[in-house]
Design a protein. Structure first.
Length: 291
């Protein structure tokens, strides 16, 4: 039913992992094959293409459903319908930021310090041009084909580049002075597919599976037993999505309790539970959470 296009390049590995964990594994003959399949009745065709091209292809109805960054939707001014954000990036769950950076020893401290004619290198020339023009700066914007951070100060005065952590920019001796866009990965469609009830239903179902995986990341299921006299103290310690599940054990003298807990809290939580009388604590991974 659906023609799906996924991003090649920096988002590729994280996207394929997400689909695999959502029980929608992407199969192809080799890691360099641009055609793929997903064994699901809702998905008829899969392509893996450069993210710069995906928004335009979706807008033109060559594909029904695409995944890519908000950065390329804005750069290409594509008229697509966003079905929502998917909170993952190349290596983290942080957003991908498009920023303006200058050499560390530069006298420029803010964007408005940049003079007319400032030389700027970017893989996002249209996004950069609009941002600078809105702030009254007549910049000499030069298209970069990669390694943008390596071009200042010898070739250009400033760069506009994407970053999750800022680490690569700092390593290149650059300092961020402005942010143009905060870009999450998005799942989007075109207006024709969105107006088709069957396709919209299928796309919503696929997004539900993907969201379920992302919601489960960083959380674990905790199960434990606790005597009646310690139940209130243990339950008070437990975080939960709504409320812990409590079931009485045979004999009525103890209870089984389970709840979903952020993974980063578990190292502190388990010793505290033991101190409050919990026993038989089990920590289990979660593959999906669907509200």
């Amino acid at each position: 039913m659906l023609k799906l296009v996924l991003p090649k390049g920096s988002l590729e590995e994280a996207t394929l992992q997400l689909f695999s964990e959502a029980d929608l594994p992407v199969r192809r003959s080799s890691a360099v094959d641009y055609r793929a399949t997903i064994d699901d009745p809702r998905i008829d065709e899969v392509r893996i293409l450069r993210p710069q091209e995906i928004p335009n292809y979706v807008e033109d109805c060559l594909f029904d459903l695409g995944i890519g960054g908000r950065d390329w939707i804005e750069e290409t001014s594509s008229d697509v319908v966003s079905l929502g954000e998917l909170r993952y990036s190349k290596a983290t769950s942080r957003p991908f930021r498009i920023v303006v950076a200058v050499p560390e020893d530069s006298s420029f401290r803010t964007l408005t310090d940049l003079p007319d004619g400032v030389r700027v290198s970017s893989e996002y020339p249209e996004l950069t041009r609009r941002h600078f023009a809105e702030r009254g700066i007549d910049a000499d914007i030069r298209l970069s084909y990669g390694a943008t951070e390596a071009k200042a100060p010898e070739i250009v005065d400033a760069v506009v580049d994407g970053t999750e952590t800022g680490r690569a920019l700092r390593a290149a001796g650059l300092r961020i002075i402005d942010e143009i866009l905060t870009s999450y990965t998005e799942i989007f469609t075109n207006r024709a597919a969105y107006d088709d009830p069957d396709k919209r239903r299928a796309m919503t179902q696929i997004k539900t599976l993907l969201d379920g995986v992302l919601d489960a990341r960083g959380r674990v299921l905790v199960k434990l037993n606790v005597g009646r006299e310690h139940l209130d103290a243990v339950v008070e310690l437990l975080p939960s999505m709504k409320a812990p599940t409590v079931n009485e054990l045979w004999g009525g003298e103890a209870y089984a309790v389970e709840t979903v807990v952020p993974k980063h809290q578990i190292n502190v939580l388990i010793p505290e539970l033991l101190e409050q009388g919990a026993t038989d604590i089990i920590e289990m991974p979660i593959s999906k959470i669907v509200p």
